[in-house]
Design a protein around this ligand. Structure first.
Ligand code: CA
Length: 255
């Protein structure tokens, strides 16, 4: 299906249908694309697939948005007016917090050398324009499944900590862990991203939502409660406090 055909289809009444709601947290995709029509098309299709979508046409702004909206995947156009997609990709790969952030590059037809360079720079996959949105959605799902399998799973496991998202229960070994709703969401978010360091601001955005005002130290309070519930006696603490940065699930806990 061509881009124009899809744009026409978007204007049809089917567009007013609300996107399918999922009980688990929706993954966020940051779309960095300067072609407005394509950006709109991508947003439409991604939202239909159940993603939260943030868009920008500018590479520099994208760099800031990555910190602010903490996306689960970046869909990145190669050719951008200010900071190029490739430069942004390189920049994201050098930052600890975004070193493993899934990136799918969009390149123009036939830029074979560029594609290879894109993968060398650290993109997880690429797709060549013009592409079918069906194929792109499949690629995005595949990248997320490969890199962040936890986003799609009903049961999350981190060492002896097991979260059953269907039953809404958490166990550590044989012991049932009782958590308040905020501690549950906090743990869920950390377990979806084991080892990744989140700042307090990022946790506030992902767990509390960006539309509520909560002080950063509230995060510390809830992390404290989560720890108290997870760690009994001299059990190892799975949560690592990263000085001046935030919190992460400690990968050493797995060893
Ligand atoms: Ca472009």
């Amino acid at each position: 299906m061509t881009l124009n055909m899809e744009m026409d289809r978007m204007k049809s009444p089917a567009m007013v249908e609300a996107p399918t709601r999922r009980t688990t947290m929706k993954p966020t995709v940051l779309v960095v694309e300067d072609e407005e029509a394509l950006s709109t098309l991508l947003r439409y299709n991604l939202e239909k697939e159940g993603y939260n979508v943030v868009t920008t046409a500018d590479g520099e702004e994208a760099s800031l948005l990555v910190r602010e909206c903490n996306p689960d995947l970046v869909l990145l156009d190669w050719m951008l007016p200010s900071l190029s997609g490739i430069e942004l990709c390189r920049r994201l790969r050098t930052r600890t917090e975004t070193r493993n952030l899934p990136i799918v590059m969009i390149t123009a037809r036939g830029e074979e050398a560029d594609r290879i360079r894109g993968l060398d720079t650290g993109a997880d996959d690429y797709i060549t324009k013009p592409f079918s949105t069906t194929e792109l959605m499949a690629r995005i799902r595949a990248v997320l499944r490969r890199i962040r399998p936890a986003l799609a799973e009903d049961v999350l496991t981190f060492g002896e900590v097991v979260m059953d998202r269907t039953a809404h229960r958490v166990r550590r070994g044989e012991r049932e862990v009782q958590l308040g709703p905020t501690e549950y969401r906090l743990l869920e978010h950390l377990m979806q991203n084991p080892g990744r360091v989140f700042s307090r601001a990022q946790l506030l955005d992902s767990v509390w939502g960006s539309d509520v005002y909560v002080e950063a130290r509230t995060v510390d309070v809830h992390i404290g409660r989560l720890r108290k519930a997870l760690v009994v006696g001299n059990e190892a603490d799975p949560i690592r406090t990263v000085r001046a940065a935030g919190y992460a699930l400690d990968e050493q806990f797995m060893n």
